[in-house]
Design a protein around this ligand. Structure first.
Ligand SMILES: *[C@@H]1O[C@H](CO)[C@@H](O)[C@H](O)[C@H]1NC(C)=O
Ligand SMILES: *[C@@H]1O[C@H](CO)[C@@H](O)[C@H](O)[C@H]1NC(C)=O
Ligand SMILES: *[C@@H]1O[C@H](CO)[C@@H](O)[C@H](O)[C@H]1NC(C)=O
Ligand SMILES: *[C@@H]1O[C@H](CO)[C@@H](O)[C@H](O)[C@H]1NC(C)=O
Ligand SMILES: *[C@@H]1O[C@H](CO)[C@@H](O)[C@H](O)[C@H]1NC(C)=O
Ligand SMILES: *[C@@H]1O[C@H](CO)[C@@H](O)[C@H](O)[C@H]1NC(C)=O
Ligand SMILES: CC(=O)N[C@H]1CO[C@H](CO)[C@@H](O)[C@@H]1O
Length: 896
């Protein structure tokens, strides 16, 4: 569930109107896109000296007339220290920090980011670093083509306690991707004049505004070559992408840039380098690849059971049953609604799902009811783990149960607290994972919630539904209370509640609808400095708690809020979108971004969260959603039901598309292993695989699953065909195995038929895909023998890979990593065969044989020294059936 406040206004005419208007931010016109030319800048003091890993030198503020350009929005910091670290051959760090170390960087801990401990500087870096002394500026130059990929030398550097500004030059019309989290229709950024605000926020996906996660990372593709940069900073910021430059305007912390320059200049390698730093995406279990069903607003447990039955009755795969906050007793974590979701029935539901080899996941929220006698409050209070107000009392927000307190994940007792609650909860319901929500953290207070409200009920559980005058009054009261706390108790010299530089935050004031900026974390650090790390740190502690509970299973966590590196702990859904065509389309962009941020297990709510879906929209969405790395249909409370079996066309389209997904399970799983090892996304934009092809720079309508499967979905209303772009080479339709076109050396745009229940899917000539025979369940599908689809390229060759392990254990003692190579009529199967459980390969299908293997009728399997007949039931395709080969050692098959 979840969602922002605007979404709850659905059903009123006023908000319905606003749902259709794209940018809702009144403040956009107020954004100052200029750079601060008045700022005096800094110069290097003395001679830079070498460190073990690079260079270090102090900077001093330059003199300016009458201090002009000083204290623009905060207090100018005069003395800085620069560290340049040549960390690896493809990564350089440029850190500009205040000499006194008063500014709060991202903590060097798993709750922030564990920085690598390096002893020496990279031997042969792919980059050069240059700087100017007066004023100080720097450049990073890519060695292999001398391109200046980062260049601050012609722009001001501003370093104040609450305002930092830095700019890099980029080419006009630069191809920039990333910066988030924000919901965008297009993957390639608007680089003419745009702002991306980065600050974790509970908001139902308004386009162009900041939403749940904080990811100050981008990639640029220039002349077919890619590089990337992360500004590791957790403070609120505006990133201005303007013709010729990128400007960061940040309200705190330090400037800590990591610039990624892989030697092969490939986009995927940039993601690889980035995730070397922030952490690789978590490895998933087989079952997590199955289809998930959820809804906020299931009336009672019978309703949930009827939905699960509905899937069965319509022969649609369902792997995981989910329950949103509805099951809770007055929305309190770790409780049961005694009437609609009694504990015994919930326990039984978990047991039934397991008996049917399905899985069970429920929601847990961040805020805990501030109520005497409520266990999750009392225990946390005893351990003293909740965030504090400046007066030392527990900080109070408001979420679904009423007034709430918030665990401070930075507190030393937090893991003790969380391990207990999460562990006990998993045990009690025999859950397979948890869904953590409202972890921005969300709070419903209109201004900011106050202090001392234990056992008190708020004026309304949904304050945004009150008449505007009442809301205004509450806002004023809340603001007054928080201001008083600030005046009476806060020692900080900064303006934490209302910093002078107002980032373009969608909710306006920073504390609105989230934790107060003057709530405190352990070590007296104001929320102002850690806000965007709340969800990330909760993910880390939740993962620890799940592992503590079951030390052998891969944990399952789905989170709404995230930070750079959260992908190592959790998956992410893109939040509370709406059942609208724009959101079906933008889900592609969002998933591309999130994949690039290192969160491979990600998807959007299929058929849309808010608003009524339609049969056609839901059908198209199911078709595409069936291929999301994380695939779940999820709905809000008010809209009409949208499970895929509600309409026969939707059911039919879903059966077809999920049939393909389940067939591709070994391919997906192999991609997830690669992602876990290298960082690369499971879903990729075409430009990531074909960076030299300019046509793909702004293609965000089509999706590559890995390198070999191309989706060309219908994402526009009423369309029944797709103009799909195909990279050079042969591409075969998944359905009839016919090549799309014979031209092989250029990009082709081909109009594909896409009647309502059909999503065009193509396989790359040159690929070998490991497949299974689909059933309604993942485990059962996995029990079927493997088959191979060999799609020949124009030379009659193909390659592929298959990763096998037990599919669920955290540590694997046996794995197989198998490579398939097809050349000149011979299939060679090689690699490592550590997984000893017998895995059969039964069918080998070769596609595109006419030019290469036209007359072949027999195959001999060297390993078995026998010859088998081939069938040729379709033009251009030959099939070897009932091969019965054990995938436990290398072998060769000759097609004669
Ligand atoms: C950002 O770009 C989009 C798409 O071009 C545009 O609709 C939006 O208004 C721009 N935002 C600003 C602040 O200019
Ligand atoms: C952790 O909890 C214990 C037990 O309640 C308490 O005595 C201790 O003060 C807590 N630690 C901190 C750092 O608050
Ligand atoms: C932010 O807070 C200030 C001070 O209380 C108030 O005047 C202003 O209206 C608030 N802005 C928004 C967008 O809520
Ligand atoms: C961990 O989970 C697996 C799979 O559900 C189960 O088989 C195993 O018994 C669990 N281990 C413990 C210690 O609970
Ligand atoms: C959704 O559909 C229901 C049932 O047809 C209708 O009552 C409701 O008003 C619709 N909601 C919206 C926001 O259109
Ligand atoms: C789609 O078709 C319906 C029914 O003919 C029509 O009402 C709607 O406006 C069309 N939508 C678009 C985007 O053309
Ligand atoms: C629930 C919902 O629709 N949320 C947002 C969806 O996007 C529109 C358009 O950007 C916003 O106005 C809504 O608030």
């Amino acid at each position: 569930m979840k969602r922002n406040v605007v979404s709850l206004l659905l059903g009123t005419t006023a908000s319905t109107l606003c749902l259709f208007s794209l940018p809702t931010l009144g403040a956009v016109e107020d954004v100052n896109f200029d750079v601060s030319t008045a700022a005096p800048g800094y110069s290097i003091e003395g001679i830079p000296h070498k460190t073990k890993t690079g260079l270090e030198f102090p900077l001093k503020l330059k003199k300016s007339q009458d201090n002009e350009g000083v204290n623009l929005y905060g207090k100018t910091i005069k003395d800085l220290l620069v560290n340049i670290d040549f960390e690896t051959s493809d990564r350089i760090r440029v850190k500009i920090a205040d000499k006194d170390q008063k500014q709060v960087p991202v903590p060097d801990s798993p709750l922030g980011l564990e920085r690598p401990k390096l002893r020496k500087s990279a031997k042969k870096p792919n980059y050069e670093f240059k700087y100017t002394d007066d004023p100080f500026g720097f450049q990073v130059i890519r060695k292999n083509d001398k391109a200046i990929i980062f260049d601050t030398t012609n722009y001001p550097l501003v370093f104040e306690d609450q305002y930092l500004e830095i700019t890099t030059a980029v080419p006009d019309n630069a191809n920039i991707y990333g910066f988030g989290e924000t919901t965008l229709p297009n993957f390639r950024r608007d680089n003419i004049k745009n702002v991306t605000t980065i600050f974790a926020r509970d908001a139902g996906c308004p386009f162009y505004e900041n939403v749940y996660g904080h990811h100050p990372f981008y990639m640029e593709i220039r002349d077919g070559k890619a590089h990337g940069a992360l500004l590791l900073n957790a403070h609120g910021m505006d990133v201005l992408t303007v013709e010729g430059r990128i400007t960061w305007k940040i309200i705190g912390g330090i400037l800590e840039f990591y610039i990624f320059v892989p030697d092969d200049n490939k986009p995927n390698s940039v993601v690889h380098s980035y995730t070397d730093l922030v952490g690789k995406p978590m490895m998933i279990s087989h079952w997590m690849l199955g289809w998930h069903q959820c809804r906020w607003g299931y009336r009672d447990i019978d309703h949930v059971e009827s939905v699960i039955q509905g899937y069965k009755d319509h022969n649609i795969p369902l792997e995981v049953g989910w329950v949103d906050i509805d099951y809770m007793d007055t929305f309190q974590d770790f409780t049961f609604d005694p009437k609609s979701f009694p504990e015994d029935r919930m326990v039984k539901l978990g047991q039934e799902l397991h008996a049917n080899r399905q899985r069970f996941v429920v929601m847990v929220n961040a805020g805990k009811h501030y109520k005497t006698g409520y266990e999750a409050y009392e225990r946390g209070h005893e351990l003293d783990v909740f965030m504090k107000n400046p007066d030392g009392e527990e900080y109070v927000g408001q979420v679904w149960p009423g007034y709430t307190v918030y665990p401070d994940w930075f507190h030393p007792n937090a893991s003790k607290y969380w391990n207990y609650h999460v562990g006990a909860w998993m045990e009690r319901l025999s859950l397979d994972g948890v869904w953590i929500d409202m972890d921005e953290p969300a709070a419903f207070c209109l201004g900011s919630c106050g202090t001392g409200k234990k056992d008190v009920s708020p004026p309304s559980l949904e304050p945004w539904t009150l008449p505007q005058e009442v809301q205004d009054e509450m806002f004023a009261e809340e603001e007054a209370a928080i201001k008083k706390l600030e005046t009476d108790y806060v020692q900080d010299s900064r303006q934490l509640l209302y910093p002078n530089y107002a980032i373009n935050n969608g909710h306006g004031n920073l504390s609105t609808k989230t934790g107060s900026m003057i709530a405190y974390h352990y070590g007296d650090i104001p929320h102002y400095d850690l806000h965007s790390l709340y969800g990330h740190s909760e993910c880390k502690l939740t993962r620890d708690a799940l592992i503590e509970h079951n030390k052998t299973e891969r944990p399952f966590i789905l989170t709404r809020s995230s930070f750079s590196g959260s992908g190592r702990y959790a998956g992410h859904w893109t939040g509370d979108n709406a059942s609208k065509w724009e959101y079906l389309k933008s889900s592609i962009t969002e998933i591309f971004n999130v994949q690039m941020f290192g969160i491979s297990y990600s998807g959007s709510d299929v058929c849309g969260f808010n608003d009524n879906t339609t049969e056609i929209l839901c059908t198209r969405w199911q078709e595409l959603g069936a291929f999301y790395p994380f695939a779940r249909n999820h709905n809000a409370k008010q809209p009409i039901s949208q499970e895929p079996f509600r309409w026969e066309t939707t059911a039919e389209a879903t059966r077809i598309a999920l049939g393909i997904r389940y067939t591709l399970l070994p391919y997906y799983y192999t991609l997830f292993e690669e992602s876990n090892r290298l960082g690369t996304g499971v879903w990729r934009p075409l430009i990531f695989e074909y960076p030299e092809i300019d046509d793909f720079l702004d293609n965000d309508d089509q999706v590559l699953v890995g390198t070999d499967v191309l989706l060309s979905p219908v994402v526009y209303e009423n369309e029944t065909s797709v103009d799909a772009e195909f990279p050079p080479g042969v591409w075969y339709s998944w359905y009839d195995l016919k090549p799309v076109d014979s031209s092989t050396d250029s990009v082709r745009t081909i109009t594909l038929d896409a009647p309502l229940t059909h999503i065009p899917v193509h396989v790359r000539g040159g690929a070998i895909l490991p497949l299974k025979s689909p059933t309604l369940l993942v485990d059962e599908t996995y029990e079927s023998p493997y088959s191979l689809l060999i799609a020949l390229d124009e030379r009659g060759e193909a390659q592929g890979r298959l990763y096998i392990d037990d599919g669920h254990s955290l540590e694997q003692s046996e794995i197989s990593d198998i490579t398939f190579t097809f050349k000149k009529g011979v299939l060679e199967v090689d690699g490592c065969f550590g997984y000893t459980k017998a895995e059969k390969l039964d069918t080998i299908k070769i596609v595109g044989v006419n030019h290469h293997l036209g007359d072949v009728t027999k195959a001999s399997i060297a390993h078995f020294k026998e010859t088998v007949d081939l069938t040729k039931n379709e033009d251009n395709v030959i099939v070897l059936e009932n091969a019965g080969i054990d995938l436990t050692s290398s072998f060769v098959v000759h097609f004669e």
